[in-house]
Design a protein around this ligand. Structure first.
Ligand code: HGY
Ligand code: MN
Ligand code: MN
Ligand code: MN
Length: 398
């Protein structure tokens, strides 16, 4: 199987053009946006040109299907509200190149996928969560984004592209190539990461409701200020979690909406995202209890009411030994002594797909460990090394 590195890199740059931010190589291509649809239409054309049959399921997950049983390769092509050009896109374009190379060489049958809403405009890896059965379409349809749009409404923009459900039974396994999105490989100078496990995640919206009031006339001791509650909650939580966490545990308040969000109004309402991740499901549960107890205490002490959105989440998962072994053998062939086995602190569609079939992942370095930012980038040589590992592993498994 002969991969074409120039064709692969050229395709990556074409895909970057859909939703290009104009800042560095960044992209703004959230799920179901116009650039996301345009990117998916372009990808569908590439799939057809590679001899694959295009299928789109009701969530908008895009498949390029080989005939008969096949190995599934891919990732996602939606981005964060401010995203990098490689997060997800790399795995989809690498899959396309391996599918083309395998076909040209009469090699193993390869199907390609770009999952929808991996970046969680509506939840956590929503497209693959529904495809895998982790989340029902009915429950997914009730999810709302930060602007209050329901998923059921958002996905209607894809309705005329939908061909129907895609049966996972025809796939023998799934391999997702991705950038690391963290500092490990960049720091060690290694070129390839073979993933051992993917951490678990919990994510829920929390709402504090107080009293909206005049910022000049309301004495401090009479205020029921929703922002002050968030601030107090955050400080108390950071302190209390210290008894529960390990050095790899992480938690984030990444979205905060104050109402009505004006300089001279004491905010009456604060809605924020609370997300936490760890490799141990029991620790995730203990953290949830600390979070709920702390929010409850802050709300009571300040005379606010407290509300929770649905608790979303994915369990930690281990990668398949056989697929992982093929990636490791090929990593040693491509970058002798310059690769490592490592866990993933980022979430991936592979977590959901592991419910359906054996899965594995291969990482390439992220320069400066930066991702979910316009600055995200990877050396071209590393992009190509990762593609060589993916293609070689597929050939070994074929
Ligand atoms: O947030 C994540 O880990 C993934 O990139 N959606
Ligand atoms: Mn990703
Ligand atoms: Mn991401
Ligand atoms: Mn006034």
């Amino acid at each position: 199987m002969q991969i074409d590195a120039a064709r692969f890199l050229a395709d990556l740059h074409v895909l970057r053009g859909f939703g290009a931010s104009g800042v560095g190589k960044g992209v703004v291509r959230p799920a179901y946006s116009a650039p996301d649809l345009a990117a998916r239409d372009w990808l569908a054309g590439q799939m057809r040109a590679a001899g694959l049959t295009v299928a789109v399921d009701p969530m908008g997950n895009l498949f390029g299907l080989a005939d008969g049983p096949s190995i599934l390769l891919g990732s996602h092509s939606d981005s964060q509200p401010e995203g990098g050009w490689l997060d997800g896109a790399l795995g989809v374009v690498a899959a396309l190149e391996v599918a083309r190379a395998a076909r040209e060489a009469g090699g193993p049958a390869i199907s390609v996928v770009s999952f929808q809403d991996e970046e969680g405009r509506f939840g956590v890896t929503t497209g693959s969560a529904v495809w895998s059965g982790h989340l029902s379409q009915e429950d997914a349809d009730e999810l709302v984004d930060h602007a209050g749009v329901r998923l059921a409404a958002a996905r209607t923009v894809m309705a005329d592209r939908v061909t129907g459900d895609v049966d996972p039974a025809g796939f023998t396994g799934f391999i997702e190539m991705h950038i690391e999105q963290g500092p490990t490989l960049d720091t060690t100078g290694e070129h390839i990461g073979v993933v051992t496990d993917i951490v678990g995640i919990r994510d829920m919206k929390i709402t504090f409701d107080g009293q909206q009031n005049h910022a000049g006339t309301t004495p401090m001791h009479l205020r029921r200020d929703a922002f002050q509650a968030v601030s107090a909650f955050n400080a108390l939580l950071n302190d209390r979690l210290r008894n529960v966490i390990t050095p790899s545990t992480v938690w984030t308040i990444g979205h905060l909406a104050l109402h009505p969000n004006a300089s001279s109004i004491v905010p009456g309402r604060a809605v924020f995202s609370m997300q936490w991740r760890d490799g141990d499901a029991d620790r995730l549960a203990r953290m949830e209890q600390v979070i709920r107890d702390t929010a409850d205490e802050v709300a009571q002490a300040r005379g606010l009411t407290l509300g929770y959105g649905p608790l979303l989440g994915l369990e930690p998962v281990a990668m398949d030994r056989r697929l992982r072994g093929a990636l490791a053998e090929q990593a040693e062939a491509v970058a002798p002594g310059r690769w490592r086995e490592m866990p993933s602190g980022a979430l991936h569609d592979a977590t959901n797909v592991s419910r359906l079939m054996p899965v594995a992942m291969v990482f390439v370095p992220s320069i400066g460990g930066i991702s979910h930012a316009f600055e995200e980038d990877t050396d071209e040589a590393d992009l190509v090394a990762g593609l060589e590992v993916l293609a070689g592993a597929v050939a070994r498994l074929g």
